[in-house]
Design a protein around this ligand. Structure first.
Ligand SMILES: [Zn+2]
Length: 132
């Protein structure tokens, strides 16, 4: 476990999150992960702290609206989302691309779990992942 700090592009939204990158990260082929090319770490709510910019966040939801996709209304970057699933309970999905103090080595060493969200088939990885 290590505390990482992250932000949106313009810096108005800032957060800290306790992340164990060695425990795995998430890539997914669902409609929004694919369009955003999201690479996330899943953390418990108590491991996430919004440090600045709550009033700068806009929320996007779709389908079952179980997830809040939060993005900065100034720069459009989505630093994290908040969701709920049978697998993780309530969770924060931290956008690893928004971490400011992670090293390239830490990121490249982080194991990736591939999710087939496109087919709502969460426990078997999709057959094709290179394009994600
Ligand atoms: Zn911003």
């Amino acid at each position: 476990m290590k505390i990482f700090h992250g932000s949106c592009h313009c810096g108005q939204v800032r957060f800290a999150a306790d992340i164990d990158l060695g425990a795995g990260t998430i890539r997914c082929n669902c409609s929004i992960c694919a369009k955003l090319r999201l690479w996330s770490a899943i953390v418990k709510p108590e491991a996430f702290k919004l440090l600045a910019g709550e009033s700068e966040l806009s929320q996007y939801q779709f389908l079952g609206k179980t997830e809040q996709h939060l993005f900065c209304r100034h720069c459009g970057v989505r630093p994290f989302g908040i969701g709920h699933s049978p697998r993780w309970g309530k969770f924060y999905a931290v956008n690893l691309a928004c971490l400011d103090d992670v090293t390239p080595e830490e990121l490249s060493d982080a194991p990736i779990t591939w999710l087939d969200g496109k087919n709502d088939n969460w426990y078997t990885p999709p057959r094709q992942v290179r394009q994600l």
